[in-house]
Design a protein around this ligand. Sequence first.
Ligand code: GLY
Length: 406
Amino acid sequence: MEKTVFSNHLEITDREMETALDYASSAVLANLKDFKDKFQKAYSEDGFYHPIENDYWTCGFWTGEVWLAYEYAKAHAVKNLTDGSVVPDAAEALKEAGEVQVESFLHRIDEKIEVDHHDMGFLYSPSCVAAYKLIGSKKGKEAAIKAADQLITRFHPVGEFIQAWGPMNAPENYRLIIDCLLNLPLLYWASEETGDPKYQEIAEKHIHTAVANVIREDYSTWHTFFFNMETGAPDHGATCQGYRDGSAWARGQAWGIYGMALAYRYTGREEYIEIFRHVTEYFLQHLPEDLVPYWDLEFTSGNEQPRDSSSASIAACGMLEMVKYLPKEERGYYVTIAKQLLKAVYDTCAVRDFTKSNGLVLHSTYSNHSPYNTCDHKGVDECNSWGDYFYMEALTRLTKDWEQYW
Ligand code: GLY
């Protein structure tokens, strides 16, 4: 397979990465005044996140940012964004906030607050698994194992997949979505911690079903895929957040890239490496000139459609994960691409002035309603919580030997 090369694009430099992480960590710290007991909404409005309770599928990303900033603050001075002075005990403040939020996640799973969906990994990996790995949080471990228990209740033995949304056992809900590949590391982690293989066995079955159905012949991807309730046979693909059935929703493709890297990490199945290469190639071939993806890969250079910068950061994280397992001679290629994507995000989307936005990365799109899709219209051309999180994760991956939360 010929691989796309962006010969006219610069890579983000070490200095730019340092500046970017420095700003991001300072902004996370500054945001604790509003978002310690509360969480950031999934998307900003006119550049500003508002506080919400811990009751949405995206809340784990904010806590993940707190932990990434904590990791940064342990090794670097973190500045006050108003006067540039060094904040004393920044790491301690971030750790304390992270612990407060872990308590909230434990409460959430104990009380079953908005956990009737598959996003337990998005919620509990960057918050509670991270807390356990970083500071040995017992509450983090307890909460994350309970979240894994919750997630496996959504597994359908008929069809062998984890149902994404809605009440179980209704034909209109009998589907998986590509995003779920990021929810599965929680199950592998739970098997490792408990010694009980049941979590991992379910994850493995779901990966197999997902890969067999969401990836099309040309290596573009379906956002969602339905199964027959009686027989479990694959039925049909459909979009929810993409432009139309049959197009490639940019973030879905990016979840596919990162998802295949994680699938390989946990299963060791060689065929996933080749799928990773192809799914990534499709994504790269459909990027516009400036490398900041449109919200759907159907749209290319010269379009007025909104962008989804978060897809670039997610894809970069997936490539940086996959390079750990690739032959030596291939690693440089994906690191270069990841750095080029991050350079594009840094240059054109990164927030540099806290008075203009309390987020980190502009020009992201949550759900853009079209005449051909089924999603609500929200968070279009704004900061998105996961866009901020994966930007920080990608920068962290590139600047230190990072023990991942996923
Ligand atoms: N997992 C939902 C989304 O990416 O918007």
